[in-house]
Design a protein. Structure first.
Length: 551
């Protein structure tokens, strides 16, 4: 068929000396790409047979879900491993246009390597080796390369053209972004980077205003045991959590000039949220638009939760994030990262979450925690109040039968909405004397989990914490069809594998609370022996630190 075409996306692109690094996906639309062969072609502009480099296949199951409308689900092998090509060894001197070639079934198709976004230009600047000059050429959203054997003067000219190009990028960012602090950051980094890099800095954090999750506990372990002298924590001084880390020392104001300098100069960047972006400053990101090569840190993802009930690919994929380490909580979770997200075996460590060392239950049997997660389609107070999601939550809290059970057994129910839900949540009614609403900053999630005895949630990974303590969970999944199409994708733990009671409506939640009150044996034991939780009480923080240290 003549309409077969290569669907592609470059997710990694870098030129260092004569080493070209490329990663992403390329597949032929409309046919089964199982067992496909992918190559990077260098087509000489003067003619002749193209030079080719094989691109090893990397499984990328999300391609089936994001493929063009009407296409068959057969592109999961369209990804290819990030590959480094030594241009000086592969190519004779000349001008080349780069393209992808894909062979699948009995079809071969090719297309120019597309770089449609100018964001990639700084990743492929003119460069030199002791003997050659390498000049990238961007034409009509595609990329070519010119490689020439050159003497000292020619190489100096190439370096000069690179310097002029970089000054142009810097000036454009200053004018377009209007980040005038960059006027100081550019020269200051050039002045101090050798000094800072010689200190082998570890920079840690969570969200800009938190110090209560896995990042905090690993940082505390390092500081308490004096393991890394130049380890720092970034947090806003106005945060309620600030004093928790201030007492440990080496605290950096989040968003400060110093913070940006340390981001550019650290050896290890360690975070527990959203694939690092909560650690970044706007100034740092602007600098990387000109000088991505300045970022030489290795990045470590301590995770905020467990990939169990949902899959969140955009914060996990190795090609997109360039992570050196991801910590996980089970062999099944590790297998998913290796088989689906492009990680090598040594990139993923089964350590459990550092905060689990603090999971020593203090509950006395009378506290229920209702902690639903949020919905991506709720973006305003009006949307929240009119959403079925919020109506279901409020209806449960107003349920007369639930109120009767709370009174009969003298239970206290704590409602703790997700922090993103709280942004849009207006004043709530008084539900019942036995129901308390707790907001962010009033109490940590960890303390709520420790002192509660029954958890009602929907898709939140805090259910794994409860399971770790062998405490029962009710999964109130009233909108699973909508949630798994509009918000996240189903995870490893599907509804038939839940380690707690599944409730699809309000009456089933209430029935589950009754089972808890009556200490139904089967109900109380469902959370035990959860295969998705690796248990090493008191050792998780140490295992996290050692995993970071060894990579």
């Amino acid at each position: 068929m003549s309409d077969y075409r290569v669907v592609q996306q470059v997710q990694v692109l870098a030129l260092r000396g004569d080493k070209l690094e490329v990663g992403g996906y390329a597949y032929i639309n409309g046919i089964d790409n199982t067992g496909s062969v992918k190559r990077l072609l260098f087509n000489r502009r003067s003619g002749g047979k193209p030079m080719s480099v094989d691109l090893p296949t990397k499984a990328q199951p999300d391609l089936d879900r994001s493929s063009p409308k009407g296409s068959p689900n057969c592109y999961s092998q369209g990804g290819f491993q990030t590959t480094e090509v030594p241009l000086g060894e592969v190519l004779p001197d000349g001008d080349y246009q780069l393209s992808f070639e894909v062979q699948a079934q009995d079809v071969t198709a090719s297309a120019p390597l597309e770089v449609p976004d100018v964001k990639w230009w700084p990743y492929a600047k003119p460069s030199t080796t002791p003997t050659h000059s390498v000049i990238p050429c961007f034409r009509r959203k595609s990329i070519g390369v010119r490689i020439r054997k050159s003497g000292p003067l020619a190489r100096a000219a190439t370096r000069l053209s690179r310097g002029i190009l970089e000054l142009g990028y810097e000036a454009a960012i200053l004018v377009i972004r209007r980040r005038w602090r960059l006027f100081f950051l550019y020269p200051l980094h050039r002045l101090v980077r050798r000094h800072l890099r010689a200190k082998h800095i570890w920079l840690m954090g969570e969200r800009f205003d938190t110090a209560q999750d896995n990042g905090y506990w690993v940082y505390k372990y390092i500081r308490d045991n004096d393991l890394v002298p130049n380890c720092y924590y970034a947090i806003d001084k106005r945060s309620p959590d600030y004093q928790r880390v201030a007492s440990l020392g080496n605290v950096i104001q989040h968003g400060s000039l110093r913070h940006s300098l340390y981001l550019l100069s650290c050896d290890k960047l360690i975070n527990a949220y959203a694939g690092m972006r909560s650690m970044y400053t706007p100034d740092y990101l602007s600098v990387l638009q000109c000088h991505p090569e300045w970022d030489q840190s290795r990045k470590y993802f301590l995770r905020h939760g467990v990939m169990g009930l949902v899959r969140i690919r955009h914060t996990q994929d190795k090609n997109s994030l360039g992570l050196s380490l991801v910590v996980v909580s089970s062999q099944a979770e590790k297998d998913a990262f290796v088989q689906e997200y492009g990680y090598d075996d040594q990139d993923v460590a089964i350590t459990g979450l550092a905060r689990w060392d603090q999971l020593v239950s203090t509950g006395v049997g009378n506290t229920i925690l209702f902690m639903p997660t949020w919905r991506v389609w709720v973006q305003s107070p009006e949307q929240l109040e009119n959403s079925e999601y919020f109506k279901h939550c409020v209806s449960l809290l107003q349920n007369p039968e639930l109120h009767r059970i709370l009174e009969k057994y003298e239970y206290q129910l704590i409602f703790f909405p997700h922090y993103l839900t709280q942004r849009h949540m207006r004043q709530l009614p008084e539900f019942h004397p036995h129901i308390q609403v707790v907001r962010q900053g009033e109490e940590t999630v960890q303390s709520l989990l420790i002192r509660s005895d029954l958890l009602i949630t929907d898709y939140s990974s805090v259910s794994f914490e409860f399971s770790y303590m062998n405490k029962p969970v009710i999964f109130y999944q009233f909108d699973s069809d909508q949630y798994f199409t509009r918000h996240y994708q189903p995870g490893l733990v599907t509804q038939d594998k839940l380690f707690g009671e599944l409730a699809k409506d309000e009456s089933q939640v209430v029935a589950g609370v009754v089972k808890f009150a009556e200490k139904d044996e089967q109900f109380m034991q469902m959370a035990e022996n959860n295969p998705y939780v690796f248990k090493a009480p008191g050792q998780h923080t140490r295992l996290n630190y050692e995993a970071v240290l060894s990579r």
